[in-house]
Design a protein around this ligand. Structure first.
Ligand code: ATP
Ligand code: MG
Length: 403
């Protein structure tokens, strides 16, 4: 039954090479899960008995992406496949990452260290599914269930709580009862997680199209370490579904929602706590603050002015935050995009008439800056006037009125 598994040629070639060299090798994890579900597979991860140095020796182009954890990336044409040695994990003294990994000779031990049954399957050489923990049954029942004792598994690595939420949102699955109970008991452990790991999962939940599933897990307190506790906190979860897909604007929307929910000192603090890059934090945080502080523009000129004053990224974030706060189908972001589509002049630098032109017509010193600001103000109102001719004649009116 190799039918449902359409392995890319390169992946088959890698498997054949490893197997012909005497190393058992199997596609494993998410690729098997997604194939069985008929979902697009984005990464074919291979698990093998070969040690990293043996993998490196077998292929011409490799990258040592995670040698310590047994992962070598094999590059074939434009394909990059992560090949990871069968391994088990040592203790998790900090609850964040394994103290050590141990390479093992058998696939079953490797599958046993994986988080959920649906993620703990591999594909044998004849296309048979190797499924020691009932992953296929759980796919049929549409549930996320831990491999082994859930409390112990969450105790080892608290990120698995977030991963359970992520897979449940991504796949539209429920969470099995014992797994859920253990999540409830283990939720405080998530406080020790590195914010970057949490934000990567959160981001994927927000992208899943089922972000409102966060509603189900908020009572567990998973977000608490990121939020200031607030008894009246109510995240308008339905509106999470309307968050835009682009990261910056999505974060702005989320920040605004959380702020509106009354649980954050300020939305910038939330974004910083997630250790997002400044490139995201600043416009997203400021955009969210802006959308909360004043009404957003109703007219194109207002948007152009906002872009001129605060920059396009921040204006986009303000629009996204406004949409998130309003709920329902987005209207601010589309309006702003429409305004930006013709590439309007939004700064003095984009004026068709430069400082040099102004000097040529006899302006000097602070007069130049003043004239440029007036011209920009005009062009924000009437973008079609951003031509040399129009601005020169405009200059004469400004000139005669006020130097
Ligand atoms: P996606 O399609 O979202 O990438 P995935 O199943 O490939 O899903 P990854 O995070 O890429 O998820 O991890 C690959 C595999 O490694 C998982 O399917 C799972 O078997 C295992 N895994 C990853 N992280 C953990 C973890 N924290 N604990 C246990 N197993 C894990
Ligand atoms: Mg993956």
């Amino acid at each position: 039954m190799s039918e449902p598994f359409a392995l890319p040629e390169g992946v088959s070639a890698i498997l054949t090479r490893l197997r012909d060299s005497g190393f058992p090798a199997f596609p494993a994890g998410g690729c098997v899960r997604d194939s069985l579900l008929g979902r697009r597979v984005h990464d074919w991860d291979v698990a093998t008995a070969a040690l990293p140095e043996q993998v490196t020796a077998l292929f011409r182009r490799t990258a040592a992406t995670g040698l310590k954890h047994g992962t070598v990336t094999v590059l074939l044409g434009r394909l990059a496949v992560e090949v990871t040695t069968f391994r088990t994990e040592g203790g998790y003294t900090d609850g964040r990452r394994p103290d050590s990994v141990t390479f093992v000779p058998r696939l079953e031990a490797d599958l046993a260290r994986r988080d959920f049954t649906v993620n703990a399957m591999a594909l044998g050489p004849d296309g048979q599914v190797i499924d020691p923990f009932g992953g296929r049954d759980d796919l049929r029942r549409r549930i996320i269930r831990c491999v082994g004792d859930p409390a112990a598994r969450f105790g080892e690595d608290a990120l698995r709580l977030w991963r359970a939420v992520r897979f449940s949102a991504m796949l539209g699955f429920g969470i099995e009862a014992a797994t859920w109970d253990a999540m409830s008991a283990c939720a405080p452990l998530t406080a020790r997680l590195a914010p970057e790991r949490v934000s990567a999962e959160l981001e994927r939940i927000l992208l899943s199209g089922a972000a409102a599933r966060l509603a189900d897990v908020l009572p567990l307190g998973l977000l608490d370490p990121l939020l200031t506790a607030h008894p009246t906190f109510r995240l308008p979860l339905e509106t999470l579904k309307t968050l835009p897909r682009k990261p910056e604007t999505r974060w702005a929307g989320l920040a605004a929602l959380l702020r509106r929910a009354g649980c954050l000192a300020d939305s910038l603090a939330f974004l910083r706590a997630l250790r997002l890059p400044n490139r995201v934090t600043y416009p997203a945080g400021m955009g969210a603050e802006w959308a909360l502080a004043q009404p957003l523009p109703g007219e194109p000129v207002g948007w152009r002015r906002l872009c001129a004053d605060r920059g396009v990224p921040e204006a986009l974030c303000a629009a996204a935050a406004g949409d998130a706060l309003a709920g329902g189908p987005p209207r601010y972001v589309p309006a702003l995009r429409e305004v930006l589509r013709p590439g309007p002049c939004l700064s003095v630098k984009q004026l068709a008439l430069t400082g040099e032109h102004l000097a040529l017509v006899g302006l000097a010193g602070p007069q130049i800056g003043r004239a440029q600001r007036r011209l920009l103000e005009h062009v924000l109102r009437r973008p079609e006037d951003n031509t040399l001719d129009a601005l020169l004649s405009l200059l004469e009116t400004i000139d005669s009125k006020n130097r």
